[in-house]
Design a protein around this ligand. Structure first.
Ligand code: B1M
Length: 221
């Protein structure tokens, strides 16, 4: 049953059909499908396929934009349910998150921010196309424990290094930790740029952030 629903969600994203994607997301919730399963098995594979076809020149930028919009509309339905699953009442740590300068990809970053938030972190989302100085400013403003830097393009991932450098120049390292993620990032990239960790996905980002907060986060869980 879920398989059919996931296939339909995938197709709605591929077709860039936002109303259907939103309706199917609601159906998933009505059927008791965990929102994260609907995202991981229904929506993300659709968007990934569109990305592959774009890379192969079979689809074009407007197709990718429509697919992203359909995914976003479905996420709008699923997000409140994800928020309701919050397990943590006390604040585990403070995270400032954003997508690097020159990069406007936000779906993955939003998911990471949301998962951190439902896991008890206080999350300050700076949005997309965020300059390094803005990360520094927000780190001070919110007394951040962790800065999360997302990058989806090979041409913008160097911005993650710049953020690490800007935080160091501002005297905030190593107290303020930096985690990086996004398709072109990796464990070795994180090590190379002096970040404190890399995560492949949103669930991993929560585990990583908890680890970086030390025993404190787990003790208050
Ligand atoms: Co763009 N795009 N895009 N795009 N886009 C990619 C990234 C691309 C791989 C597609 C492809 O060619 N196969 C390619 C990059 C190639 C490269 O650099 N090697 C690409 C390109 C080329 C471009 C443009 C340059 C296209 C153009 O203009 N010619 C342009 C760049 C614009 C810019 O940023 N300056 C562009 C534009 C766009 C849209 C605006 C149309 C749209 C984004 C809409 C939006 O975000 N509001 C878009 C989309 C949708 C994609 C794909 C198809 C999907 C991205 C996505 O949202 N995935 C993408 C192909 C792909 O990734 N398969 C592609 C779903 C999301 C849940 O996954 O973002 O990976 P993801 O996030 C994951 C993990 O990466 C991780 O956890 C998340 C959840 O599991 N993660 C973190 C992410 N951030 C993290 C941070 C962390 C930890 C984990 O800690 C802080």
């Amino acid at each position: 049953m879920s398989d059919e629903l996931f296939a339909a969600m995938r197709q709605a994203v591929i077709d860039g059909d936002a109303p259907t994607a939103a309706t199917l997301a609601q159906q998933a919730l009505d059927d008791g499908v965990p929102p994260l399963d609907a995202i991981d098995n229904g929506l993300v594979p659709g968007l990934s396929l569109v990305g592959e076809q774009f890379a192969e020149g079979e689809l074009f930028l407007p197709d990718m934009m429509l697919a992203a919009r359909a995914m976003q509309k479905a996420m709008d339905v699923l997000e409140p349910e994800l928020q309701k699953m919050a397990t943590q009442r006390s604040v585990v740590g403070r995270v400032v998150i954003g997508t690097v300068k020159g990069d406007i990809h936000e779906i993955g970053k939003n998911l990471v921010g949301m998962m951190l938030s439902t896991s008890g972190f206080e999350v300050h989302d700076l949005g997309v196309d965020v300059a390094p100085d803005r990360f520094v400013e927000a780190a001070r403003e919110h007394n951040a424990d962790i800065i999360g830097v997302s990058a989806l393009l090979t041409t913008t991932m160097a911005g993650q290094r710049t953020v690490v450098e800007a935080l160091a120049a501002a005297g905030l390292r190593p107290k303020v930790k930096v985690i990086v993620g996004g398709a072109p990032a990796s464990e070795s990239w994180a090590t190379e740029i002096g970040a404190d960790g890399y995560s492949e996905d949103a669930i991993g980002a929560v585990a990583l952030a908890r680890r970086l907060m030390g025993g404190e986060a787990v003790a208050r869980a």
